[in-house]
Ligand binder design. Structure first.
Ligand code: F6R
Length: 252
């Protein structure tokens, strides 16, 4: 793993995705030992975190790392999918992590999506997050348009948890998880950028050629506030982990 010089957000080029996953699992392991009873994790879905979740599940099996007191808050959830839908993010998390380690359902939180009083429900969800002590360690992926969570380009950097419309490029990118593109919801609820920036540590995984363009805009370009990933320039402990394909347009 090599730290790239002169990037506005600390960025590490990894030899393999597995080496990034090992590094992040080691960091989590250390935090779990340091704060065994009150660790709060912010979690992401999508392709980027799958290998890390596999590594955490392996360590739970082989090394007994203990999640029984960990609380988790996910970045986002689609709106309009019935409970238990195979592509809801609750189902994704159950399949990839929650059912693989000792994380009880009472300790796992996804944003509320029920139609009535959504604003109130989002505010209450944020209050729950605050009462838990806030996020100690937040995992993020990045959209090919630079979104973080489902904060699409143009989202305010002080935005809070709320209902959002998904960009067409996001629906297209996520169509691979659905049977047909039309099935991809048009709305979601996401933690806001302001909410995300309150986490103590932010760790971003960006792998593959579809991330190269936006990474070159953020890491080699101006501080353009229409690209949500640029918000991380304002965070004291953020780090990006990228592979060769994602780094292809950085000239390194
Ligand atoms: C998912 C999320 C999104 C994804 C992003 C990248 O909870 O918040 O921001 O992290 O769309 O997705 P993948 O990892 O599938 O490329």
């Amino acid at each position: 793993m090599r730290r790239l010089p002169d990037t506005p957000i600390p960025t590490y080029l990894v030899e393999t995705q597995a080496s990034a996953n090992t590094h992040l699992a080691d960091e989590l392991d250390a935090l779990l030992k340091e704060r065994p009873r009150n660790l709060v994790l912010g979690l992401a879905t999508g392709s980027s975190p799958v290998g890390l979740y596999e590594e955490l599940a392996r360590r739970f099996q082989d090394e007994w790392i203990d999640f029984s007191f960990v609380r988790t808050f996910n970045l986002d959830e689609y709106r309009g999918l019935p409970a238990g839908h195979p592509t809801s993010y609750r189902t994704f998390m159950a399949e990839h992590l929650f059912s693989k380690v000792n994380l009880g359902p009472r300790n796992t939180h996804l944003p509320p999506t029920a139609p009535e009083d959504l604003n109130e429900a989002c505010a209450a969800w944020e209050e729950e997050l605050r009462a838990a002590g806030g996020v100690d360690w937040q995992l993020l992926g990045v959209g090919r348009n630079g979104h973080i969570g489902f904060n699409e380009p143009g989202s305010a950097f002080d935005s809070r948890t709320r209902k959002v419309e998904l960009a067409e490029s996001t629906r297209e990118a996520n169509a691979r998880f659905f049977e047909a593109r039309e099935e991809v919801p048009t709305e979601a609820v996401t933690m806001g950028i302001g909410t995300i920036l309150e986490a103590e540590r932010l760790r971003v995984l960006a792998f593959g050629p579809t991330k190269a363009e936006v990474l070159s805009k953020v890491l080699r370009g101006e501080d353009d506030e229409s690209i949500p990933l640029n918000a991380l320039r304002r965070h004291p402990d953020a780090a990006l982990f990228i592979d060769d394909a994602a780094a292809a347009k950085l000239g390194c």
